[in-house]
Design a binder for this molecule. Structure first.
Ligand code: A3D
Length: 321
């Protein structure tokens, strides 16, 4: 079987880590694109110079020319500014929308059959814009946010309970902003509800709820926590890992059930918007959105998050972006 071709648009922090992870795992040949001259060429040269050490038998090249992404099976987009301390993701809307438009034109022209995974913020709006400009079928345009937010939630739960994070199943739905919805009731450790484990640990339902609320809050603010520590950029190792999980699901047709930013056609009572929901990912991108029963409180939080996404998309349309 011929190797897959993977184009990475944006050769910054996340793009660099993505390149290295793809090469080390030999997921396919990589073309790293950026508008900054020599940046993608320099990063890819640095990475392939470790191919003897890391056993990387794939081609890895850097470019400033969209022609070189021709025929890509998968495109992962990280082009756009990251936030600085004090900024919300939504503050990036105007700048990153202009960048996303040019990226979408390039991908539409040179990789019209690709599946696209978007990482640039504000995530839900950027996914919406990319799909609109390319006209790609909605299932072929997917946003990465929920996999990372869920991994962050799982990490905090594992740290609190002192169990392996491999045994934690926890999902975060909704838009990728401060209104995101960590699903407390569904969070479990190999089937055992996290809420029950916390109640046993503290033998006090009120205290257990406080601990869970604090983990939910930390999850919602986890991106900002890293931004405040780094000062000059945002998280990049974990977002790259999250996109790799999604890329593998698509490239190897794994049918993984993952929380991703997917287009909704009435599921969860939402029509015509991209938002974070559980979905089956395979060779066709989003193959099925999985609906689940939300209690009144979860539904209200989810609707609130969807409204935040809708209002950002409205802003984008109003500003003619
Ligand atoms: P950074 O290291 O600044 O890299 C962005 C790259 O985009 C730079 O190398 C730029 O030169 C490049 N770029 C700018 N304009 C264009 C253009 N028109 N075409 C192609 N490339 C261009 O940022 P980063 O890699 O840390 O983050 C990238 C994006 O991901 C930002 O918007 C972040 O906010 C976002 N992000 C999302 C998540 C999610 O989980 C959704 C997490 C972390 C960061």
């Amino acid at each position: 079987m011929p190797r897959k071709k993977i184009a990475l648009i944006g050769g910054g922090q996340i793009g660099g880590v993505l390149t290295q992870l793809i090469a080390q795992r030999q997921l396919g040949d990589v073309v790293l694109f950026d508008i900054v001259e020599n940046l993608p060429q320099g990063k890819t040269l640095d990475i392939i110079e470790a191919s003897r050490i890391d056993d990387m038998n794939v081609s890895v090249t850097g470019t400033n020319d969209y022609k070189d992404i021709a025929g890509s099976d998968l495109v992962i987009i990280t082009a756009g500014l990251p936030r600085k301390p004090g900024m919300s993701r939504d503050d990036l809307l105007v700048t990153n929308a202009k960048i996303m438009k040019s990226v979408a034109e390039g991908v539409k022209t040179y990789a019209p059959n690709a599946i696209a995974i978007i990482i640039s913020n504000p995530l839900d709006a950027m996914v919406t814009l990319f799909q609109k400009v390319t006209g790609f079928p909605a299932n072929r345009v997917i946003g990465q946010a929920g996999v990372l937010d869920s991994s962050r939630f799982s990490t905090f739960i594992a740290m609190e309970l002192g169990v392996s994070v491999r045994d934690i199943n926890a999902m975060v739905l909704g838009g990728h902003g401060d209104t995101m919805v960590p699903l407390v009731r569904y969070a479990n450790v190999n089937g055992v509800p996290v809420q029950e484990m916390l109640e046993r640990k503290y033998n006090d339902a009120k205290k257990a709820k406080e601990v869970m609320d604090a983990m939910v809050q930390r999850t919602k603010m986890a991106g900002g926590e890293v931004v405040n520590l780094l000062k000059t950029g945002s998280a990049f190792y974990s977002p790259a890992s999250a996109a790799i999980m999604m890329a593998e699901a698509v490239l190897f047709d794994q049918k993984r059930l993952l929380p991703v930013c997917a287009y909704l056609n009435g599921e969860f009572g939402v029509n015509g918007f991209y938002v974070g929901v559980p979905a089956v990912l395979g060779e066709n991108g989003v193959e099925k959105v999985i609906e689940l029963t939300l209690c009144e409180e979860e539904k209200a939080a989810f609707d609130n998050s969807v409204n935040a996404v809708k209002s950002l998309v409205d802003d984008m349309n109003r500003l003619g972006l």
